[in-house]
Design a protein. Sequence first.
Length: 206
Amino acid sequence: MIYLIMQRTKDKRFKKDYSKEDILDYLKGVYKILKKSPTYRDLNNFPGPSPRTIVRRFGFWSTALKQAGIRPHTYQLIKGEPSFIRKNWRNMSDKEIAHKLGVQSYVIRYYRMNFNLWKNRKGTARSTFRKEALRIYGSQCEVCGLGICEWHHIIPKSKDPKHWCILCPLCHEVITRKLVVIKNRKELRTKLLPFIKELYTKLRIN
């Protein structure tokens, strides 16, 4: 096997008809020579199918290595499919991407932290939901009518608009500090509004 690899010429590197079996044999041979899981850069030193050809045949670099019986290093699992992760990080969860790539979810989280994608992903989603909440409920506090407003989750992390509300910083702080516990939008009027009215009355008296 090693002899066959070393006998291949550079001209054959770019041929289009490598079968999956050819590629798996090739990767096994390279692995025997290097005594480690091969990387994209390693293959530049060997005649044979290019990394691009391998990814085209198997879909992902880690998939090819696994089918060849080679265990990829964590950094290879991350580095091998950057285009897929970068393309889908906005509309797929870590679990969905990890399942597609055949890796654990922590690998995707690690990738996002290193490439600053996780923060951007959360920020992008939050910005989108906030705009949607303002579109539905307006840009004034739903309790006191103040024009300085914040987006609040009545049910934490819910993506359902019926669990959102728009509040001013004061009304928001009352809920955050649990001075009034709100479980649904109806209670904004039945519980929070009376509390805020009483609070403003006390402020005027003082």
